[in-house]
Design a protein around this ligand. Sequence first.
Ligand SMILES: CC(C)=CCC/C(C)=C/CC/C(C)=C/COP(=O)(O)O
Length: 265
Amino acid sequence: MSLTKPLNRSSPPHLLQRQGSDPTTARLRASESPTRRRGSGSSTGSASGQGPPEEDGIRLNPSLIRVALSSLLAIDLWLSKQLGVCACEDSSWGSVRPLMKLLEISGHGIPWLAGTAYCLYKSDSAAGQEVMLNLFMGLLLDLILVGIVKAVVRRRRPAHNRMDMFATFSVDRYSFPSGHATRAAMCGRFLLAHLVLAAPLRVLVLLWVGLVGLSRVMLGRHNVTDVMFGFWMGYCQYNLVEMLWLSPQTLQGLLGQSVCCFKYI
Ligand SMILES: CC(C)=CCC/C(C)=C/CC/C(C)=C/COP(=O)(O)O
């Protein structure tokens, strides 16, 4: 039987189209070289003028993306499980868990908000107050944005995680993105840009950011992609803080308005 000859000429056109959109057929057609496809003269394909050759690409792309995403997800889950070596005391690196929990506390929202508020209160220069107030705003913005993304994505934390974190919101039962990673990346950039100038300290800041991210996966709190996305989100959040930077004039205006409000009340 000739390969170029249609199998069944009596098949109605809609059936032929359905055969063409079948995934197996689509895969086979995709594996053909473009030259063969063009020269085949098949009645099911583009050569007969029923559809442009680009149609194959359009049909294949979504499934290719799906395959790529599910492979990435499988690698992510596997790698995160392998790296979750401090997920509990009995884990292979269980003895390092207290150190990882210390890193967890160092990136938690409460110490950062409390520390910034304290520095703001103690600062006696206008420049210092400006920096601290903007850091405080950045921390609040981070909590809001992470909360929104967690509530929308709703990715559950890894199965090997023990939910023993202190002071969490209800959205913190979700893992994407890592709030610690966003905060570490944003605060790291903030510290490097405004507060930490000495080279050895700058290296320490970068090291701390990396270790906070690593500790999230080692504690089993997050998958690798939660942390990677968190770093990227925190990096972008810092750009937002810079864009929305509250200048001394804006601050004076805000303070003046709040004093007026108090007097009015
Ligand atoms: C003043 C105020 C609203 C403080 C809230 C601070 C707070 C409870 C932050 C939550 C920090 C936290 C546990 C985030 C979860 O981090 P993941 O890295 O596990 O996503």
